[in-house]
Design a protein around this ligand. Structure first.
Ligand code: GLU
Length: 475
C-alpha cells in the first residue's frame, strides 16, 4: 500500500505515543507513580473465534484494549483491517484516553480491532463475523453501555455498529439502555444526526478555530483565513471526504491534491471533491479521473506543495524517511498517529505547525458522546425546546417588523424563525467543543515556555485532567 512508508519504522506506533506522553509529563509537576499509572494500558483482551462460512470454519483474531478506566464507560472505535495488531490497538486506546480528556467527554479510553480484510467478505458473511465478535466482547462486558462503548473506525461504519447493538440487545433484553452500548449507529437504530460527518466536521471546526488566532497562523508562515488556502488530503474515506467537502464547499479552501491507495491526483485549480468521491464509489480507478495530473506513487502526494496537509488515513505515514520532504507549513492530523515521534521533531525543526490528532480528529468521539447521552436519556435533542424557541423568535420578529420601515431581511428572518433541530444542536455542540479544546491547548502552550508544540500542550491538558480525576480514587 502506498500510504505506508516502506522504510522500517525506527519508532513503532505505541512507542511514538509513549514518547509524546513522556515529553508532556516532564513539563508537568506530576509524581512519577501517577504518571506511570496513567501511561500504562490497563488490559488487552485477545480473542480467537471461528465462524462457519462457505462450507468451512474460518478463524478470526480480535482485540479490545482498555487503556484507562478513570472514567467509565471506556470509549473507542473498532477497526477492521489485516494490519490490526496488539501494539496498534494499545496505541489507539491510549490516544482515546487523552483525546476524551482533551475534549471533555466523560470517558476512559479503549480501542478494538479485528484482523480481517472486510472487502473479502459478502455483507451477510460480515454480519455473521461481526455478531460473533460482538458476542465475544459483550459477554466479557467489553461492549456495555456503562463499561465499554465501541464506535466505528477504519473498515467499520454504521452497518457494523447496528449489528453489534442488535447482538447486545439480544443478549440483554431487559437492559433499557441497551442502545447506548455502541455509538455511530444508523439514525433509525438509535443513532444521532451528524455522527457520520462528525470527524470531518471536527477537522473543519478545528481549522476554523486555528485561523481565528492570527499569531498561530503567522507562526505557521500563513496569513488570512481558510479562503483560498490550498489543501492536500490523504485518504478520501469517511473522514477525509467530509473534511475536504466542507473545507472546499463552505470555507473556500482549494483541494489541490488527493492521495489514495492506488496513487495521487493533483490539480492546482482545485479538485471537485463530490465528483472524485462519486468516481471512486462507482468503482473506477483513481487514474481514470479526468482533468487532473496522476501519479502512481501516492506517497509523493504528501510531499506536494500546499498550505495545509490533511493525513486522514492511517498511522505512521509521515516518518523519519519522508518528513524532511514535506512542504506543507501546516499539518492537521485527521487520522490517529499519522506522524511518528521522530518525524514530529524533524517537522518542528523545519518550522511546520502540527495540529495534533488528539484534538483534530476528536469530532467523532465528541458526537459519539452526544449519541450515548441521547440513548441513555431516551429523548432526541431539541424535541422539548425547538417549537418554543420558534414561537419566541416569531413574536420578536413581529415586534421588530413594526419598528423597521423596510421590515427584516428575508434570509435573517428564515434563520431566526427556525428553531434548532438535532443536527443543528449536534453541530453547535461540536463547534463549541473544538473551540474550547483549542483554547485550552493554546493557553497551556503559552503558559509553559518549554512547551514545544500544540501536541505536547494537548497531552498536558489531558494528563492534568486525568490526574485530577484520579486524585479522588482509592487505588
Ligand atoms: N474511532 C473514532 C476515533 O478514533 C471514534 C471513537 C468513538 O466515537 O468512540 O476517535
Amino acid at each position: 500500500m502506498n500510504f505506508q512508508n516502506k522504510k522500517p519504522l525506527t519508532t513503532g506506533f505505541l512507542q511514538s505515543v509513549n514518547l509524546m506522553y513522556d515529553r508532556a509529563v516532564k513539563l508537568l509537576d506530576l509524581p512519577e507513580d501517577v504518571a506511570e499509572t496513567i501511561r500504562v494500558c490497563n488490559s488487552t483482551y485477545e480473542v480467537q473465534f471461528s465462524v462457519r462460512l462457505r462450507g468451512k470454519l474460518h478463524s478470526f483474531k480480535g482485540y479490545r484494549s482498555v487503556h484507562s478506566e478513570h472514567m467509565e464507560p471506556a470509549k473507542g472505535g473498532i477497526r477492521y483491517s489485516i494490519e490490526v495488531n496488539k501494539d496498534e490497538v494499545e496505541a489507539l486506546a491510549a490516544l482515546m484516553t487523552f483525546k476524551c480528556a482533551l475534549v471533555e467527554t466523560p470517558f476512559g479510553g479503549s480501542k478494538g480491532g479485528l484482523i480481517i480484510d472486510p472487502t473479502a467478505w459478502e455483507p451477510h458473511e460480515l454480519e455473521k463475523i461481526t455478531r460473533r465478535f460482538a458476542y465475544e466482547l459483550a459477554k466479557r462486558d467489553l461492549i456495555n453501555p456503562s463499561q465499554n462503548v465501541p464506535a466505528p473506525d477504519m473498515g467499520t461504519g454504521e452497518r457494523e455498529m447496528a449489528w453489534m447493538a442488535d447482538e447486545y440487545r439480544r443478549m440483554n433484553p431487559t437492559d433499557m439502555n441497551a442502545r447506548a452500548c455502541v455509538t455511530g449507529k444508523p439514525l433509525n437504530a438509535g443513532g444521532i444526526a451528524g455522527r457520520t460527518e462528525a470527524t470531518g466536521r471536527g477537522v473543519q471546526y478545528a481549522l476554523q478555530e486555528f485561523f481565528r488566532h492570527p499569531d498561530d497562523v503567522a507562526a505557521a508562515g500563513l496569513s488570512g483565513t481558510l479562503d483560498g488556502k490550498s489543501v492536500v488530503v490523504q485518504g478520501l474515506g469517511n473522514v477525509g471526504y467530509h473534511a475536504a467537502k466542507f473545507l472546499s464547499e463552505e470555507d473556500g479552501a482549494k483541494i489541490v491534491g488527493v492521495v489514495e491507495r492506488d496513487g495521487a491526483v493533483f490539480d492546482p485549480k482545485g479538485i471537485n471533491v463530490e465528483d472524485l468521491k462519486a468516481h471512486l464509489v462507482s468503482g473506477q480507478p483513481l487514474c481514470a479521473f479526468p482533468g487532473v495530473e496522476f501519479t502512481e506513487n501516492g506517497a509523493l502526494g504528501l510531499e506536494y506543495e500546499c498550505d495545509i496537509l490533511i493525513p486522514a488515513a492511517c498511522e505512521s505515514v509521515i516518518t523519519y524517511g519522508n518528513a524532511h520532504r514535506i512542504k506543507a507549513p501546516l499539518i492537521i492530523e485527521a487520522a490517529n498517529g499519522p506522524v511518528t515521534a521522530e518525524a514530529n521533531d524533524i517537522l518542528l525543526e523545519r518550522g511546520c505547525t502540527i495540529i495534533p490528532d488528539l484534538f483534530a480528529n476528536a469530532g467523532g468521539v465528541t458526537v459519539s458522546y452526544f449519541e450515548w447521552a441521547k440513548n441513555i436519556s431516551h429523548i432526541r435533542f431539541g424535541r422539548m425546546q425547538r417549537r418554543q424557541e420558534e414561537a419566541r423568535s416569531r413574536a420578536f420578529l413581529e415586534q421588530l417588523e413594526t419598528l423597521l420601515p423596510n421590515g427584516v431581511d428575508a434570509s435573517i428572518k428564515r434563520q431566526l424563525e427556525c428553531g434548532a433541530g438535532e443536527l443543528e444542536l449536534v453541530r453547535s455542540g461540536l463547534d463549541d467543543t473544538m473551540r474550547a479544546a483549542y483554547v485550552a491547548m493554546r493557553e497551556v502552550r503559552q503558559a509553559h515556555p518549554n512547551c514545544p508544540d500544540l501536541r505536547t500542550a494537548a497531552y498536558m491538558v489531558a494528563v492534568r485532567r486525568i490526574a485530577s480525576v484520579m486524585d479522588h480514587f482509592t487505588l
